[in-house]
Write a protein that binds this ligand. Structure first.
Ligand code: HEM
Length: 448
């Protein structure tokens, strides 16, 4: 166990001489991990034990794992031109959209979207978020009346998709579109296969892409038909798609293809992450009755401010232990020195919020689920790189405020009013592009 004195001493120790080679996992350990078909998270957890920066070689690639707060900040926030995104794994799905774009094109695309996600921009979407949350609340009210069970994970997924779809198009999610957009999950599941595609994978992905494209094409055609001035849809004013179509009038780069890509990018980035975070949150509440009783007590009898505070802390503590985007990859564009260590150009550089958030030097008793860390003064590290579920720097999440808003909105409706009796709980974790619980979350819903 490291004491505060040890940590101070470590901080006083001089760093390595500039340009020193990185601490490295022995190749035989990597080979043993490979031959037993180990999970990537196991290898990364081992590498993180070597220090805030560690290296290993996997096949032809030199990989550097970054978990120290200062080092994470260096890579993600302070040197965006030195550590760049490269050939996104989901290229087929995301095209040239804001997630995978780079350089000047990315800057322009980000600027256009950014204005829609500031505090002021968000006001336009408030009503849609509330409508989606109320729809889910009505579903739970009906379930509580009939006693029928539900898959809580699927309900949360539907809520997140409904929210982003309303924001993009102005319309509530209908059954046909829901069916087609389910294909997003299929493509995401096949992502790892995309680099070494088998014909079967290719076929599955092509079919799924066609369904996604069909939903997007319909939405774009409907938005065009409505024109640019009229009132439309349940949400009144048109959605974010309107902003893209309006941009196309003066900016030729906004072709139909790019508009489709931006739509898909926002759909992909904006629903799976939020849905899985909410799923983890309900799972954690179920696993920790003491926390649940305290949180629900405040939600049900506290003031609006107290409720907001505890719900936000609950979301943060969930994202500390289960950051949906648990791994943030970059490519080192040039040689660099970080904290005295050398990172070679061409290295694959992985920052891991998951591992940083579980570092006992930053977060005492990291495995304990304790939302009060985010409420009680002095209980959480304040360094930016110690908590970064939304990434850091220029390419940090565009939807950060949006997703807090939607999660808090839903939880403020559901937690005071309903209790869940789970019959089935997930048993594992899948560390894909998004980390998520594995298995159904079947429960019956009761009025509190
Ligand atoms: C709990 C929910 C969410 C989490 C944990 C999350 C996490 C992240 C992270 C870590 C990144 C940075 C990736 C990188 O640096 O490579 C990111 C980027 C992004 N996120 Fe989110 N996100 C969430 C919700 C949303 C929502 C609701 C939206 C849209 C409404 C959104 C839109 C985006 C976009 C467009 C980017 C790419 C930004 C760029 O490259 O310029 N995200 N997200």
């Amino acid at each position: 166990m490291t004491t505060a004195a040890d940590r101070l001493a470590a901080q006083r120790q001089p760093g390595p001489p500039t340009g020193a080679p990185l601490p490295e996992l022995p190749p035989e350990e990597v080979a043993a991990w490979q031959s037993r078909g180990g999970e990537l998270i196991e290898l990364l957890t081992r590498a993180a034990e070597l220090g805030p920066l560690a290296a290993f070689t996997l096949g032809p690639r030199r990989t550097v794992l970054v978990t120290g707060p200062e080092q994470v900040q260096h890579v993600l926030a302070q040197h965006p031109d030195g550590y760049v995104k490269q050939s996104h794994r989901a290229g087929l799905l995301l095209g040239e959209g804001v997630i995978s774009a780079s350089g000047e094109a990315w800057k322009q695309q980000r600027r256009l979207l950014q204005s829609q996600f500031t505090s002021v921009g968000l006001r336009r979407w408030e009503q849609r978020i509330t409508e989606a949350a109320e729809r889910t609340e009505r579903r739970w009210a009906a379930l509580a009346r009939t006693g029928e069970s539900t898959d809580v994970g699927a309900d949360l997924q539907f809520f997140a998709l409904d929210t982003i779809w309303r924001t993009l198009t102005g319309d509530p999610l209908d059954e046909l579109t829901h069916g087609e957009l389910d294909a997003v999950n299929e493509v995401v599941t096949h992502l790892s296969a995309l680099t070494a595609t088998t014909p079967a994978d290719q076929e599955a992905v092509t079919a799924a892409l066609a369904r996604i494209d069909s939903a997007c094409a319909r939405a774009i055609a409907a938005a065009r038909e409505r024109g640019d001035g009229g009132e439309r849809g349940e949400g009144g004013e048109g959605g974010l798609l309107r902003v893209l179509l309006d941009a196309a009038v003066t900016r030729p780069e906004y072709t139909d293809r790019l508009i489709r890509d931006e739509l898909v990018n926002l759909l992909v980035a904006g629903h799976e992450t939020t849905a899985k975070t909410l799923a983890w949150l309900f799972l954690r509440l179920e696993q920790h009755p003491d926390v649940r009783e305290k949180v629900l007590g405040i939600c049900r009898t506290g003031s609006a401010e107290e409720r907001r505070e505890v719900v936000t802390a609950l979301v943060n503590e969930t994202m500390r232990l289960h950051p949906a985007v648990w791994l943030i990859p970059r490519h080192a564009a040039a040689d660099d020195t970080v904290g005295g260590y050398r990172i070679e150009a061409g290295s694959h550089v992985l920052s891991s919020p998951y591992l940083t958030h579980r570092n006992p030097e930053l977060w005492p008793e990291p495995e304990v689920f304790d939302p009060w860390r985010f409420i009680e003064p002095g209980r959480r590290p304040t360094r930016q790189g110690a908590f970064y579920p939304f990434g850091l720097g220029a390419r940090a999440c565009l939807g950060q405020q949006f997703s807090y808003r939607e999660m808090v909105c839903l939880l403020e409706l559901l937690l005071p009013a309903y209790d869940l009796d789970f019959q089935e709980l997930p048993t594992g974790t899948f560390f894909g592009v998004v980390m998520h619980p594995v298995g159904p979350m079947r429960a019956t819903v009761r009025r509190a």
